[in-house]
Design a binder for this molecule. Sequence first.
Ligand code: RTP
Ligand code: MG
Length: 141
Amino acid sequence: MALERTLSIIKPDAVAKNVIGEIYTRFEKAGLHIVAAKMKHLSREEAEGFYAVHRERPFFGALVEFMISGPVMIQALEGEDAIAKNRDLMGATNPKEAAAGTIRADFAESIDANAVHGSDGAETAAQEISYFFADGEICPR
Ligand code: RTP
Ligand code: MG
């Protein structure tokens, strides 16, 4: 096991549902510590840049529209195996396929409005954290 950091975003649907605290509780119960956090209404440019890897995919336009439809809560999580642990807590991308008890099974409506984002690997985690947080905005434990 390795001490890792990962980027998590609580997406506009879950912020609108007022479940930030419930989702934070799941991170905390799993041993993930919030080491940076900010609420933000993303600009189109920020959302397009964040999901640039998906630019050629058919769902890119809908994904960007959704991500700028309301404020998001962005956090860096730290803990043992934080990247995989957060993905386990999130559940499958499509909430219809997400295991019972996962964040997406419990709070997501659809594959588009799916409650949370989590980095999918060590390299993307580092990139995504630095996309939203300057070094001085991260508080080491
Ligand atoms: P995320 O990046 O948001 O954590 O989600 P993920 O890794 O589980 O899924 P990814 O493949 O990276 O896709 C990013 C987001 O695009 C939307 N999506 N729509 N309609 C579709 O087939 C489709 N596929 C993906 C989802 O909102 C997904 O979270
Ligand atoms: Mg992804």
